[in-house]
Design a protein around this ligand. Sequence first.
Ligand code: NAP
Length: 285
Amino acid sequence: MNTTIGVIGLGLMGAAMARRLAEAGWSVLGYNRTPREVDGVETLSELPEFARRAETLWLMVSDEAACREVIESLGEEGVRGHVVINSSTIAPEESSALARRVSALGGEYLEAPVLGSIPQATTGTLQLLLGGPDALVARHDDLLRALGTPTHFGEIRSGAAAKLAFNQLIGSLTAAFSMSLGLVQREGVDVDKFMDTLRESALYAPTFDKKLANMLDHSFDKANFPLKHLLKDIRLFTRSAAGQDIDTHLLIGLQHVLEEGVCAGHGTHDYSSLYESIVRQRPLH
Ligand code: NAP
């Protein structure tokens, strides 16, 4: 496929994805609401010119409000005849409303949220969770594979639903591990022995080791996936789950923990900083 890919949203993930696509040999243009440079990628500051030069528009912005703002700013002139691939994490109903809007403006829409973060975007090893028509998925196979492994879950909504299901696990597993680690530390249990035993058990998840050092060092400044976006995703999951008669009491608690973290200034820190809201600092005597 000989086409220019326009990546909209050059934040943590969008910038890494744009760089990876360019490195893989695709013709890539970047656009960010607040003008931003990305190494190896030509960036434009005007959306109309951007849409004239890019056939495929790949969205990687914060949330549904941002997606909607971008689509309305593009308008019919910017959307007609374009394919919009949306990798922003949004709810299934939000995605299907956007798909309808894109279609009304004369474009095609493919849902493609991603599992994985900056390291996976950089190395082209993301998991792309697709929802949309078979033909559109098939037509973009090469492009999608430049970023990782696509899985086509079905119609629009299905990729977004799978993504929320995965991100619920990110939040819940990290919270569960924080509580256990906290009790081990406060009771003076040897953390190495605890971890060795955990690794040998069926309870172990690799994400525990990925976040252990951050928690032990209270070091969360370098974010791949910021806490504020995990809060957004847990809110979206809670709303979607409540509509499907899935009990959300546990998630209401997790939301409180994440809201406390954002209020304490951890919003742009790594999501594992939720440990700080769970294992509270004790005042020095
Ligand atoms: P980020 O660094 O906070 O970047 C957000 C991007 O959205 C920025 O480019 C921002 O532009 C843009 N934006 C926000 N509001 C906008 C609006 N109203 N109009 C136009 N652009 C707007 O976020 P990120 O970590 O890259 O995440 C992007 C999306 O991917 C989120 O939905 C997130 O949940 C999801 N995700 C993230 C990860 C991860 O590991 N980070 C992994 C998978 C999925 P400005 O610079 O102008 O504010």
